[in-house]
Design a protein around this ligand. Sequence first.
Ligand SMILES: CC(=O)N[C@H]1[C@@H](OP(=O)(O)OP(=O)(O)OC[C@H]2O[C@@H](n3ccc(=O)[nH]c3=O)[C@H](O)[C@@H]2O)O[C@H](CO)[C@@H](O)[C@@H]1O
Ligand SMILES: C=C(OP(=O)(O)O)C(=O)O
Length: 424
Amino acid sequence: MDKIVVEGGPALRGEVQVSGAKNAGLPVLAATLLAEGEHVVTNLPDLADVRTMGRLLAHLGCEVGRAAAGGDARAAVLRVPALLRPEAPYELVKTMRASVLVLGPLLARFGQARVSLPGGCAIGARPIDQHLKALAAMGAEIAIDHGYVNARVPGGRLRGTDFVFDVQTVTGTENALMAAALAEGRTTLRNCAREPEVADLARALGAMGARIEGAGRTEIQVDGVERLGALHHAVIADRIEAGTLLVAGALTGGDVLVRGADAAHLSALIEKLREAGAHVEAEAGGVRVRGNGPARPIQLRTAPHPGFPTDMQAQMMVLLAVGAGSSVVTETIFENRYMHVLELRRLGADVTVDGKTAVVKGVPKLSGAPVMASDLRASAALVLAGLVASGTTEVQRVYHLDRGYERLEEKLSALGARIRRVKA
Ligand SMILES: CC(=O)N[C@H]1[C@@H](OP(=O)(O)OP(=O)(O)OC[C@H]2O[C@@H](n3ccc(=O)[nH]c3=O)[C@H](O)[C@@H]2O)O[C@H](CO)[C@@H](O)[C@@H]1O
Ligand SMILES: C=C(OP(=O)(O)O)C(=O)O
């Protein structure tokens, strides 16, 4: 297994380009299942999860290729045939929960689908009851057996409905949106997730001919159409990768321009970085951060968008761990998203967790050590900690990091970090 080795110290300086968003690219790739034909998705990040989605689409019967020589290496060309095998097997779903995003499109287009239950993961139980309830409200009959969701639509076509989500769910909203795009009549979805990735998916569906109003707000209306056309869509920038790079700049007392970052998608993070003392400005072409001494103590509470993203909680904790004073972090989205805390403590951080709340007492210095990544954003947090820890930090199990960060070590190294990947 690869590991990442970091020597702490240098302040990061320069410009870095943000990649396309994993969490926007995955639903857009799944959306191609809604229509026969050739689809093109651009600005895809080169990540393990994107490759897994490619393998899943290929398993279903699609032809999946990256753009031709001389073309855009970040573009995928997908040929979706008239008939598909509507089954997502456990072997693929278990490596990536977002595989569940094929359920809505398959059911809407073929009236049947068999998709492995994703199960929990390190950060929480992560049920999909809301996905299933929304699809059932559109007329699907759903049974769970042998670890699979078996869904079928009597009569073949989903029908419009009025549905209220009990909790705001990002992929649940996306699954329902894709299903409603081909349902008969109008669907109103209430208490929807407002993440930018939902709005990006709606734009992609709109370009295919879907009639969607309100994506990015809590109430979305979809007028189903009989058929959708080819998709040609450029995925939005990854706000979580951008946020991670901004924290890296602030943490090391550096000066970093994150090119391609969209400040409008990052407002809660930018506000908290400023509260902690960093200078952050939107500039033409991106967002710049300048570090300004140890972080001032803050209160931080994760919440659905536009609140502070849970996917930035671990990275922000590192900034507070070397801050001046005591901060309080509250994680409200996932019940087990403090897996990084024990590893940060091994680096000398003073963090205590009580249920949803973590008290982070800033220390003057972290000291490098071997640490183990437990999940995607925890891995990023450990890499960030390594940037300011004295001596050497070795982050093991970086396959978690590779699910969601494209060449993070190369991007940080170009900014002056002393970081390298050691291949297994
Ligand atoms: C591929 C992708 O886009 N992943 C993101 C997506 O995950 P994902 O879409 O899985 O997360 P959700 O928004 O669904 O989860 C939010 C909360 O709702 C609960 N819940 C969700 C669905 C459901 O049917 N029932 C239920 O109770 C979850 O357990 C969690 O407590 O949003 C999360 C929250 O911003 C992010 O951390 C993930 O990076
Ligand atoms: C939790 C995350 O991803 P996923 O939903 O793919 O597990 C994440 O991107 O931080």
